[in-house]
Design a protein around this ligand. Sequence first.
Ligand code: FEO
Length: 668
Amino acid sequence: MYCTRKIREDLIWVGADDRRLSCFEGVYGVPDGVSYNSYLLLDEKTVLFDTVDKAVYSVFLENLAHALSGRPLDYLVVQHMEPDHAATLELVVQRYPEAKIVCNAKTKTMIAQFFPLDLAERMVLVKEGESLCTGRHTLHFVMAPMVHWPEVMMTYDSADKILFTADAFGTFGALNGRLFADETDFFGEHLDEARRYYTNIVGKYGPQVQAALKKAAALEIALVCPLHGFVWRSHFGDFLEKYLLWSSYTPEEKSVMLAYASVYGHTENAANILAARLAEKGVRVRMYDTSVTPASYIVSDAFRCSHLVFAATTYNAGVFVTMENLLHDIAAHNLQNRKVALIENGSWAATSGKVMKELLSGLKNIEFLGETVTLKSALREDQLAELDALAEAIAAELAPVPAAAPAEAPAGQFSPEAVDNKVFSKFSYGVEVLTTRVDGRDYGCIINTAGQVASCDPKKITISCIKKNHTCDMVAKAGRFNISILTEDAPYSLFQHFGFQSGRDVDKFADLPWDERSSNGIRYIPQYTNAVLSCEIIDVKDVETQVLYIANVVEARVLSSAPSCTYGYYHAHIKPKKNPAPEQKECWVCRVCGYVHEGADMPDDFSCPLCKHGKEDFEHVKPVEKKKEKGYVCTVCGHFEPCEGELGEDYVCPICHHGREDFEPAER
Ligand code: FEO
């Protein structure tokens, strides 16, 4: 029986879960299963995005037939040829002989390698930036080589702002009925498996992932549809932020991943003592026995933690086999930018420390902390000091450092350096739309300053408004205002609409879909809000850049039970995160709305043209001086090889293995 889910009226998930697979790609355990996603677009033409693994072919074909409801399949877009997606391509093209196959030239070659089919007449070959109109939708093809294979491409539907991302943004784990990430506690329950999926499947290809993210950053995205795991329709920025860290080999947290290989428990004992010393110093430790925990979990936490400790016994004049495998795996995944400490053990000729160092020393920006601690069979009492010193060295970089006692400071003096502006986004106050009406015209803006100050009747609240904000003047003129309390589902566009343009320039209410007014005749916002208050001003205070209004509440209604949006929630979940690695020029960036004022100087009386905040709310951003590095870039996978002269005749790309004829001179 078919089992599908509707994503939009004309977009259906037709994939399937596999909970019987023990090892994904034959190596990565998937105790929670895995999903193979496939999507059917029902436009004037019908379009299937990828097929599925052969393990779930039966329900997939039923899903597809049901979703098509008797319509022909016009296009099959093949974004990735790895058999966990393309194994059932042959079945689909045979069952739907009218379907054209939309793919790139590399995919065409791979289809011929995998399947003995003559499909030349049915192929529609696409390149970077080319598009295909299917009726209401237009599909734009974005090449994403080496995320995870060289033929990978993504597809962007500009009509509904949907990005089909192939393997990117996937996760291990079956969907279990929940298709959307927001139907789960994703960051609580699934982030670890998303990290393990990313680091082990595409972790090696960080620069290629960064290149794909840069392309995606230029797109407006409402929905992200990967080939494994959940579909994203909200809060995608939080997941994207993780991808920016992982793909740039930046640690997610200041913590220690401690992995040990121990045959009779003596190396484990030293590892335990070190872990205990670190914990006593307030350092977070994630600890693994390499003989017990599969390498994919340890690789994943090596990407997560800033500091790595490896402890291993000597074995066959080298290093114990499970540690050797782990370090090969970490090196193969190209991990960078980590601090590493080593503990070796050997009853006669300890070699494990040297071998571990060699296995890791080819990685970029790996710094070894202190000397390798050497055990002879077992830790001696007099060696505890060495572990203490190692714990001390690590903790000195990670544990919070107690602040030195301040010098005598005169009370009550203001010093700008003593005030971190980020503190003000920690308040749990809400965000609201302030509206008023003067001379038959409506005005409104976003504020985050409403609060109750008296519970007597009539109840009293205060709001404050930036003086330069047009609505501030209008509130003073009107003597009354409404407050619509925003909820967590409020879209960023609503904040942009009321917060990042001025009522002096535009009528913010001209195109609004709502026309509701309270009894005072002032507009309020009935959607994405949970309450509206109508207020009469009883007092006004000038507070330098702001005006503080004290008002009686004369009418108040609850509109919904949705949770109020706090200022912190807005910053964490609604305000989009910065785009990855933009070209940086010296500028000033508004911390409130993100407006960028280019140039080195900003006048003291400058106010943001979007949100009207002053210079004190801008961050001065200076470009980091970077010397251009000469080299060659692989035209197949994008790998950059630093090189001052010519590439050697025998040179082959370490990523995709193409020869030097596929490289072009480049700088970065
Ligand atoms: Fe999910 Fe690279 O295949």
